[in-house]
Design a binder for this molecule. Structure first.
Ligand SMILES: Cc1ncc(COP(=O)(O)O)c(C=O)c1O
Length: 388
């Protein structure tokens, strides 16, 4: 029997990392030591008090049954309290304006199912987290890319969006601190997004998965801090990067009641919520001392100094991140992103072409800070020896 894939899967863009993955496997088979700065997955463990909360919760039979799709009351209350404490976003209703997610990716993927009809336009940043565009297409929507250019602080130029596009657009994705550029949003930008979305009746979906990974200046803001944001938007938050919990699959969405409720309708018909013991651990994470987050930031900051300092000393142009654990390196003259990634791999360092996040990523490769300081030093040394 031959089974044919659905068109939506066949039409997925080619997997850009396939070649790199193949080469990685080959090099490892040859016994080559690779420093993997390709994947945005914290190498640091989940803080012990969160693990302990999970261990205790896992032993409780009351948590072993089907969870509710919207999340435990205690989790939603902890999430809205954390929003008030961290961002000053007060008055979110834990019952109507908050929904637990099985990792923020789950919510980001399901959100368009609730709001995007075939033929609707969705405004998607380029470069950007691929799930925004993929699920737009899965539900029959059309992607209109918003280029993120260095000259504009990697913020989309809303004035460049043609009127007829704005008229047809149903939804806009924004993501700050940004993957892969590490850019931060200004308050003024968020205000202009609210104004634009209100004028054109567009839903704003803000992805703040990296809001707690920052190194200097003011902590990154939430989109919901801006007046009028809750009238137009929803925000996707994750515990993955904040507490080194990528494997646990827990996040939440907060914001406009209708938008949260629409997402909830998809979830009731899809999944049965996050394991309640994980939610109990998440309550411990959000509700206890945030000293572990401060420690995590200090570790990434030190690594950033070692990696960026080493690369700059070697003559590379590096976009030193103020937030996120991603470092963009400008490709040397004459190299595409894919070619430069190949060069780095030959030197024993795994990186990601920024073109994996969209065509506007051309000219950059992305390195992560997800390996210890000695590996950062070694990575910079190896890259320094690359013959350009
Ligand atoms: C920009 C962005 N948003 C969302 C996610 C999803 O994170 P999670 O599903 O672990 O919450 C990621 C993961 O890498 C990401 O880079």
């Amino acid at each position: 029997m031959k089974f044919e894939l659905a068109a939506r899967i066949k039409e997925l863009p080619p997997y850009l990392f396939a070649d790199i993955d193949k080469k990685k496997v080959e090099l490892r088979k040859q016994g080559k030591d690779l420093i993997d700065l390709g994947i945005g997955d914290p190498d640091l463990p989940t803080p012990p008090h969160i693990v302990a909360a999970m261990q205790a919760a896992a032993a409780e039979a009351k948590y072993h049954r089907y969870p509710s799709y919207e999340g435990m009351q205690a989790f939603r209350e902890a999430a809205v309290k954390w929003y008030a404490d961290r961002f000053g976003v007060r008055g979110l209703d834990a019952n109507k304006e908050c929904c637990a997610l099985i990792g923020s990716k789950e919510g980001i993927a399901h959100f368009p199912v609730a709001f995007v009809n075939p033929g609707d336009l969705v405004l998607v940043p380029d470069p950007g987290y691929p799930v925004y565009a993929t699920w737009t297409r899965f539900v029959g929507g059309e992607v209109h890319t918003m280029p993120l250019r260095r000259g504009n602080g990697f913020l989309p130029d809303l004035k460049a969006i043609p009127d007829e596009v704005a008229r047809r657009a149903k939804l806009m994705w924004i993501n700050y601190p940004n993957n892969p550029t590490a850019a931060l949003a200004t308050r003024g930008f968020y205000e202009s997004v609210v104004e634009f979305a209100t004028r054109h009746n567009i839903i704003v979906a803000s992805d703040v998965a990296y809001s707690e990974v920052f190194f200097e200046g003011e902590p990154p803001a939430s989109f919901l801090e801006v007046p009028g944001a809750k009238e137009v938007g929803i925000e996707f938050q994750s515990l993955s990067k904040t507490y080194n919990m990528t494997g646990w699959r827990i996040g939440f969405a907060v914001g406009n009641e209708q938008l949260v409720s629409g997402l909830g309708k998809v979830k009731t018909n899809t999944d049965s919520g996050a394991f309640e013991a994980v939610q109990a651990a998440a309550v411990a994470a959000l509700g206890s001392s945030q000293a572990c987050v401060e420690e995590m930031r200090a570790i990434y900051k030190e690594r950033r100094e070692v990696l960026c300092g080493g690369l700059e000393a070697a003559g590379f142009e590096v976009l030193r991140p103020k937030a996120t654990f991603y470092v963009l390196v400008t490709c040397p003259k004459g190299y595409t992103s894919a070619e430069f990634v190949g060069k780095l791999l030959d030197a024993g360092v795994v990186s990601t072409p920024a073109t994996g996040f969209g065509a506007c990523g051309e000219g950059y490769v992305r390195l992560t800070l997800c390996a210890d300081k000695s590996r950062m030093k070694e990575a910079a040394e190896r890259i320094k020896r690359v013959k350009i």
